[in-house]
Design a protein around this ligand. Sequence first.
Ligand SMILES: [Zn+2]
Ligand SMILES: [Zn+2]
Length: 361
Amino acid sequence: MPPVIGHDAILRELRTLARAGQPPHALLLAGPESTGRMVLAREYARLLNCERLHGTRHEEGFDSGMTGESPDAPPCGECRACRMIAEGTHPDVVVMAPGDSLCRPRPGETHASHPQSRDIRICQVRGAIDLVSRFPYEARYRVVILEPADRITPDAANTMLKTLEEPPTQSIFVLLSAAPENLLETVLSRCRRIDVRTVPTWIIEAGLVAQGYEAVTAKAAAAAARGRPGIAVSFAAKPDLMGDRERLLKRCGRIAGSALRERMRYSEELTARWRGDRDRAGILRELETWEEFWESDLRRTAAIGDEDEGREAVTALQTVSRVREYLQANCLPRTVFDFMLMRFPARRLDEGGEEFAETDD
Ligand SMILES: [Zn+2]
Ligand SMILES: [Zn+2]
């Protein structure tokens, strides 16, 4: 588990919640991908379970003098619970994601496995309900992380409501979502919501240096990550990815300036790559690059005070998030990509127009 980069205020809040006599049953970490929601969720699990913070360790030689020492103390990072949560091997800290995780068909039900599923299904929610009906194996609090929580089907969400409100045993749910507006109101109202925002570039840079990356790498990776520590870490670990991003950005500029025929060829290419799972991760990265392109265009239009083009850029940004939703909902890829390319406004950028100022806010 990489350390949390930035988010000091959220860390303070999580520490307070974890110290409370009864922490909230359900927490929603709402914010864009790669901003650190999963790392924060695991940090919360450690805060709830760190043996040193809670004086739950009974081994000999354990220094119980640490217990309750500082109200704002971080988890120790060394006890058995802290280590297993960081490694992702703690039996009581589980992730429920689209696919087969926790899937538990009803007895007698014919039920094909669904590793490629894009939804969190009712059979998985049954598995989670079953799990939380038993006491944790060894944790003070079991933590069930839903990622992404907005992919839970309405049936599954409804099945879960009662458990979300009142988990029968020492269990806590943490919902991660980049699109909390897609969650049922009944789910939202049962969650304590924390908004996870992008992190200033200089903080990401310092975080990377603290992790041992060279200053030059840290600076470049932080600048390219648009406030998302998760992306910065992958850029720092694999600087080649930054080159890919530069190439993609240039290509976005060319496509935005091209005629319909060229755009439709690009749509065809995206469709072929999406079909049969050939390059879905690559396409999702490409959508992020498109967002970066239009965000930069939005800043450009704001700087020259062109409101019409500014509105177009906003529409383009909304289009990208719609496209992501449509793809997740298994809509016909060709239709989705055509829709995207038809909605993108035309941009004729001059040669120097492909500068992408970094965001610091
Ligand atoms: Zn610990
Ligand atoms: Zn299932």
